[in-house]
Design a protein around this ligand. Sequence first.
Ligand SMILES: Cc1cc2nc3c(=O)[nH]c(=O)nc-3n(C[C@H](O)[C@H](O)[C@H](O)COP(=O)(O)OP(=O)(O)OC[C@H]3O[C@@H](n4cnc5c(N)ncnc54)[C@H](O)[C@@H]3O)c2cc1C
Length: 410
Amino acid sequence: MKKNLKTDILIVGNGMVGATAAIAFAQAGFQSIIIDQVKPLEQASMSYDGRASAIASASQKMLQQLGIWGRLKKNYTPILDIRVSDQSSRHFLHYASNAVDNKPLGFMVENRHFRQALNAELGCLDSITLISGVKAETIRRNNEGVFAMLTNQQIIKASLIVGADGRQSQVRSEAAISLTRYDYKQTGIVLNVEHEYDHNNIAHEHFYSGGPFAILPMRNDRGKNIKSSIVWIDKTEKISKILEMQDEQFNFLLNQKFGDFLGRVSAISPKWTYPLSFQFANKCIDERLALVGDAFHGLHPIAGQGFNMGLRDVAALAEVLVDNARLGLDIGGFSTLKEYEMWRHFDNTSMLFFTDTLNRLFSNNILPLKVLRQLGLTITNKLGPLKKNLMLYAKGDVGDLPKLLEGRSL
Ligand SMILES: Cc1cc2nc3c(=O)[nH]c(=O)nc-3n(C[C@H](O)[C@H](O)[C@H](O)COP(=O)(O)OP(=O)(O)OC[C@H]3O[C@@H](n4cnc5c(N)ncnc54)[C@H](O)[C@@H]3O)c2cc1C
């Protein structure tokens, strides 16, 4: 084991965002070292993360460009339509892919398949060194560079450190970057189910007063469209009671919540739980430091956008770094990092605001709001241009897009 290592970029966190960042930086011609406290094999197991992610079509183009999508083989399911409804009301909003360009609005991918694909790609790139089972013991930054001592006593010198270490980011807290945070007092249960009938690649989101209930289309091991990933959000105390239920009682409630439009529904996986909170770092850069993904922003999963936003951070950061490096500028320099901050600030604040407002508007039983949102769903469903714009948002095709999100190379 080499004690002293030198690289362009030190990435802390080999989660889905950090690993994608390493691959994007490699494509941009940078050397990087990526560290994680957890071993990659453990991260890619179902017991570590049973979630599936909705991937917007722009994110899919980026993953394709980076060579990650191809490594998923057939482990993804297209989302053709999205149907949004408010409790048991007959008002709903229907987004259909054939109303835009006949291409999928997005794709569902199990996180474990993502992690396997990312590990496979990481392992093939000589410019990336992965060190797992370690943390940074100390991180020092000055105008000469970043100096990190790892818990295995290796010392790394880099021009830039990227904090991709999730919601409890050590990189963020060591840089004393403050956080705006509050608890939603909601928890999400994630599980996989099988149902009798084909879901026809339609994703459903039902809004209830305690929180949304999402049914996300997947394929089972035999390639049949009779499997879905469920994200069941409710007030935390209610979820605690649900988790105490015997299987039979749980299945009864699950079928009640799901509805009978796909026939009988049965749970086919363990349940994973996620307490939900809003958090936003008050800045995403500091001396020779940039934050990406959940280390920067923690969104409500109501619109399935957290990972997508992390990919947008990575695409913007990689493009800013390569553009500045081509001009001979320092990739850890203030003016380089400021460009990244300015590019990502508006997009991230608007998505945080949008998901937060959506949750506040729908997760309650206040009568005037109930009337307002049912009216809103009906009007939006009928207003072509507004609906089309929302669909472009869901596809990730809005704003000043970095090249990778348009499927172009850096
Ligand atoms: C219920 C639910 C459903 C969701 N569904 C969707 C969806 O459909 N679509 C979507 O886009 N998003 C979705 N999200 C959000 C998405 O899962 C996250 O935004 C995304 O996983 C964040 O990835 P990350 O790599 O930034 O952070 P993390 O996944 O938290 O990864 C951080 C990594 O850093 C490592 N680490 C942490 N601290 C240290 C340290 N000190 N030293 C070394 N390593 C460290 C960890 O081990 C981990 O590997 C959902 C979230 C929830 C809760």
